[in-house]
Design a protein around this ligand. Structure first.
Ligand code: OSB
Ligand code: MG
Length: 372
């Protein structure tokens, strides 16, 4: 097994093609932290930290991720320089929280070690598909006309499922407008915790709109509220923010708080934990799909590999590069008949294009593993 020689952190600022508004705020650009693990054989492993600029989706944010990686996670992992993702996972387990920062470091180590073995991440995780069905997440727009125009562009591009961001005041009318315009398109909603236990009637109002699911209607810690809601509406409840580990997935399923799960590797602390949640859900008959965090090609490549596992039976938020960025930092992921091809090269199968990375980089740091 190779040894870790250097760890580089790269922070980039890359504009989105259109503002992305959710119930927790608006993003106009991605402030992305990339982790690069360089081994003593000169190979680089890459990963994207999905934390956002501010703690709106979860408690993590980019400045916090930089700090916890630099001051705590990297020093803990480098106690042993072996390029071993499982060992790094075990060492980081003793530090509480920060799943997105942990996921980035673990994935960069995993990518480096798989590149050494010339084995793809998809193969390592147990992929059974060579391409994955793709959906698209539609932010809260300025009005119904803008919504229909945006959805039309995605339907024309071939997306196999549409997800509408909702919040109180932007829900039933928007959902009905899209459902009337496209009576047969697979459609679902995502509230990002914007409703309360008192809003059951607002959510039940969309039960006749033939939705695949409603994602995270209530606060992340309210599993009982989700279980009570699931008894009162016919639309399946799907959890995102609430599912932080295999244990919370097991609890939420047992309590009837979720009948479908959105798996986001960053939210659960990495691809090893994401795979474990997938395995649990497969055993329990709970369908899963791969969520997204507006990733660049680096994060997307790994998500597409995960989405190729057998339990991922619903289209994911694994959209093409062009849905997010005019120029991606990797070779772009391009939709073909509503699907993305699973990378087959070693590790995540893609790497940043040096000139594009340099163009968007706002900050970087180098940590020498040997001087510890
Ligand atoms: O809740 O799924 C979410 C983006 C950022 C933060 C949270 C979420 C999202 C999305 C977009 O819905 C998913 C994507 O296209 O990457
Ligand atoms: Mg969500």
């Amino acid at each position: 097994m190779s040894l870790i020689e250097t760890i580089r952190l790269h922070r980039i600022d890359i504009p989105l093609v259109r503002p992305f508004r959710t119930s927790f705020g608006t993003q106009v650009a991605r402030d992305v932290l990339l982790v690069e693990v360089v081994t003593d054989t000169g190979l680089s492993g890459w990963a994207e930290c999905v934390a956002m600029e501010w703690p709106g989706y979860s408690a993590e944010y980019v400045d916090g991720a930089v700090n916890v990686l630099t001051e705590h996670l990297i020093p803990r992992v480098l106690v042993d320089r072996s390029c071993d993702a499982q060992a790094a996972h075990e060492r980081m387990r003793r530090l509480v929280g920060h799943p997105m920062a942990k996921a980035a470091l673990e994935t960069a180590i995993l990518d480096a070690s798989l590149r050494e073995q010339r084995r793809s991440l998809a193969d390592y995780l147990g992929a059974v598909r060579t391409e994955v069905d793709c959906g698209v997440s539609v932010g809260i727009p300025t009005g119904i006309d803008a919504l229909l125009e945006e959805v039309a562009s995605y339907v024309d591009a071939g997306y196999r499922r549409i997800k509408l961001k909702i919040e109180p005041g932007w829900d039933e009318e928007a959902v009905r407008a899209v459902r009337e315009a496209w009576p047969d398109i697979p459609l679902q909603t995502d509230a990002n915790q914007a409703y309360t236990r008192d809003d059951t009637a607002l959510l039940a109002a969309m039960d006749d709109c033939d939705l695949l699911l409603v994602e995270q209607p209530l606060p992340e810690d309210d599993l009982r509220g989700h279980a009570l809601l699931a008894e009162q509406i016919s639309t399946p409840v799907c959890l995102d923010e609430s599912i932080t580990s295999t244990a919370t997935a097991d609890t939420a399923i047992a309590y009837g708080a979720t009948s479908i799960i959105n798996i986001k590797p960053g939210r659960v602390g990495g691809y090893l934990e994401a795979k474990a949640i997938h395995d649990l859900c497969l055993a329990r008959g709970i369908p899963v799909w791969c969520g997204g965090m507006l990733e660049t090609g680096i994060g997307r490549a790994a998500n597409v590999a995960l989405a190729a596992l057998p339990g991922f039976t619903l289209p994911g938020d694994t959209s093409a590069s062009s849905r997010y960025f005019a120029t991606d930092i990797t070779e772009p992921f391009v939709l073909d008949d509503g699907r993305l091809r699973v990378p087959t090269g070693p590790g995540i199968g893609v790497e940043p294009i040096p000139t594009v990375l340099a163009e968007f980089t706002t900050w970087s740091a180098v940590i020498d593993a040997r001087s510890r």
